[in-house]
Design a protein around this ligand. Sequence first.
Ligand code: NAP
Length: 333
Amino acid sequence: MKVGIVGASGAVGLEIIKLLQERKFNLSSLTLFGSKRSAGKSIKFRNKRIVIKQLKSSSLKEFDLIFFSAGSKISKQYAPIAAKNNCIVIDNSSAFRMKKNIPLIVPEINGGDLQRNKSKIIANPNCTTIISLMAIKPLYDLSPIKRIIATSFQSVSGAGNLGMEELEKNTKNFLSKKETGKNRVFERNIAFNVIPKIGEITKNLYSEEEMKLHNESRKILSDKKIKVTATTVRVPVLRSHSISLNLEFKNKVTLNKAKKALNNFPGLKNIDLGDQASFPTPIDSSNKDECLVGRLRTDYSIKNGISLWVVGDQIRKGAALNAVQIAEYLQKI
Ligand code: NAP
């Protein structure tokens, strides 16, 4: 299988390379693409250094699979060209997620859709949506959910390599009492601060990130009735997103059943729900494949409610790992 990665030098691209190596992904060649900025630099893969090529439409021929991870604009321009050349595209951007005939996949949740839909382009969901749904789906299987209230605490690496650089720069300047100057990524200083806005504000005054959680959850769960209301917040954490979830079920779900379902769900290992005070933090889930759940409790204020806390490495399960798992799933069918 001839594999390519567009956006190889980015936070997600680098993680895909790492995962292909770690998981011994079956491939015959790996080609890396980037912009003019990274073309000519090289990245180590399986004891060899691979030189990054500048992305051009004419280069997207004769691939079996390309991971796109260079933002929506690049995906919109180049992914259809690769797909036309009979190549499978797994796209990390938001470009195709809500398109009718494009599957939006979290393998543990709706991997089966890949057998029904033979689209050449497959969309990887938004990172906060993936991590939230990893905790929600096992509970959703116990009873339909009427409403989800989600509040996210999203790390700066969600905005890529530059997001991490900006947190470090803002922190150094804050501690040395220097003026920070104009930021490139975040609208406000992120050091010792939180920013309750991710993406642009839409017509209904929710942010784009908040609406992704609503729209994409409905598509992945194939449930047009479920209501999702979110507040998404950027926090000064380098890696891993955290989400506080409040779920209102149609039927009663006991804590024991909820614990059992969460413990048995693939990708949710290492959960310690025996101790009600247990709470995984973003540092606990960084560089890990699994999403971690804690603070599971019955919501005393409504009839059938449960609250919980989930953390997950958004560069891994929220992006690169999920994309590689989709590719592995496709290799098996
Ligand atoms: P990033 O760290 O900023 O990396 C962006 C990558 O895109 C770099 O490799 C860059 O290459 C490449 N690129 C930019 N312009 C290009 C061009 N004209 N031609 C070819 N390559 C170009 O961003 P990221 O965080 O990895 O995000 C990549 C995608 O994944 C985005 O769509 C993002 O929304 C999505 N995503 C990210 C996360 C996350 O946690 N970071 C999670 C889920 C989804 P150069 O080095 O050459 O500029």
